[in-house]
Design a protein around this ligand. Structure first.
Ligand code: NIG
Ligand code: FE
Length: 419
């Protein structure tokens, strides 16, 4: 029998988590089904997965000069991180210490720290330096098994500085293995020069930033921080409607500190995702369940801000809302690039099972950024974004926490990390 030639085959995984088939995004009990193949294998040609199955099936039909033996390892889709803020200058460990000494995140922000602290620094930083620091952050994402990120601007808050931030993301998307879904977050906070002129700033975002970002293809999505101290529901609606009209997808930082109505707005406007949701109300959950939005939960941020309240993941899952997980990587409220740490926090603090958390970090995360037909699972036809973890089974991933289980990362069929 003649076997077909692959560019790469991976064999003998103790567990291969395919996340294949079924309705996407996954809801309720379907979130628990990882499609585990023990002794799993797959064949890759070019950037694509050609076949996945048992090692016997793959070896019967495929041969390749490059074969990776994944004995004793878990093979799974690369992590998809659907909420990050990687374009910033400097860092905010001083605020970390202020919080330890008793100040809250919102108090620090009201005193001119927080987001505005990072805004001042970004504005004073040349684009090449922004590019270099964001690039180093993407390197870390990749090393920890994240092969695709959604990435926001939001520390520029002027037309030039927001477009500069998005341009950095565009340049990185061309030159770095990590794939990027770019998002305009011009409405992260009203900048100081617009104090007392909020309406004008909302018009600047809606009438200038959004049209430029859409026309120049610098952004795929538009996000708004809908929260007390940031933007009201009505301001958020104005901005997101303009984004929709300009052809951008929409996402919302919703109900983080208060049930401000962000989740309802997400449902009303047909957002791709409603993110945070620590304070979401029962009505908000019902509205999300009836919408197409994915709930992107960010336990790293609740943990890092030392909040007692975490997002009600169990209620969301029971109500039929598809749940995804993200790092929320940013210098203020979640300074981690590790989806592996996020899985542990999701299990312990959101009471998600390891299987649900892995679904939320792969196929559902891909759905949250509109890429579920290309990434997020191991099945023929999808991009070969694969990670090999030195762990005996999938439950071990969140269980042994704090390190990096990644042995090998493959992005679009190429081995990009070997440890
Ligand atoms: O998602 N909530 C708003 N934005 C970020 C925090 C940004 C910052 O503190 O710099 C978040 O948590
Ligand atoms: Fe965020």
């Amino acid at each position: 029998m003649s076997r077909k030639k692959a560019d790469l085959i991976i064999l003998n995984a103790s567990e291969m988590l395919t996340l294949a088939g079924g309705e996407v995004p996954r809801r309720e009990v379907a979130m628990s089904d990882l499609g585990v193949v023990s002794g799993g294998a797959l064949a890759v040609k070019g950037s694509r997965i050609e076949a996945a199955g048992s090692s016997r099936e793959i070896l019967d039909s495929w041969h390749s000069k490059q074969a990776i033996d994944a004995s004793g390892c878990v093979v799974m889709p690369g992590f998809v991180d659907p909420h990050t803020h990687p374009v910033f200058a400097g860092s905010r460990e001083n605020e970390f210490e202020m919080r330890i000494r008793g100040k809250t995140y919102e108090e620090i922000a009201a005193a001119g720290g927080g987001i505005l602290n990072s805004v001042a620094r970004l504005r004073a930083t040349p684009t090449e330096a922004l590019y270099a620091s964001a690039r180093a952050r993407l390197d870390l994402f990749l090393e920890y098994g994240t092969t695709t990120v959604e990435a926001k601007s939001g520390y520029g808050l002027s037309v030039d500085d927001e477009m500069r931030s998005l341009q950095v993301l565009k340049d990185l998307a061309r030159s770095h293995p990590v794939e990027i879904a770019p998002t305009l977050l011009g409405a992260h906070k009203v900048p100081p020069e617009f104090a007392g002129r909020r309406k004008e700033y909302v018009s600047l975002v809606a009438g200038v930033m959004i049209p430029i970002a859409a026309k120049t293809n610098l952004a795929e999505y538009c996000d708004v921080f809908c929260e007390r101290g940031a933007f009201t529901v009505s301001e958020s609606r104005t901005i997101l409607k303009a984004a929709k009209n300009a052809g951008l997808g929409i996402r919302i930082h919703a109900d983080q500190f208060s049930a401000s109505g962000g989740s309802k707005l997400a449902a009303e406007l047909g957002a791709a995702s409603a993110d945070h949701l620590e304070a979401v109300s029962a009505a908000g959950i019902r509205m999300l369940a009836g919408s197409g939005a994915v709930a992107v939960l960010l336990p790293g941020s609740s943990f890092f801000l030392d909040q007692s309240r975490f997002a009600p993941a169990r209620k969301l899952i029971e109500a039929g809302v598809p749940v995804a997980l993200a790092t929320d990587f940013n210098p203020g409220s979640s300074m981690t690039h590790s989806m592996q740490i996020i899985l542990t926090l999701a299990c312990l603090r959101l009471k998600m099972t390891p299987a649900e958390a892995i679904t939320a970090a792969t196929i559902n995360a891909a759905a949250a950024i509109g890429r579920h037909d290309r990434i997020g699972s191991i099945e023929a036809g999808k991009k070969a974004d694969i990670i090999i973890l030195s762990v005996p089974n999938h439950r071990y991933i969140p269980y042994h926490f704090g390190g990096n289980h990644v042995r090998t990362v493959i992005k679009k069929g190429k081995v990009v990390i070997r440890r």
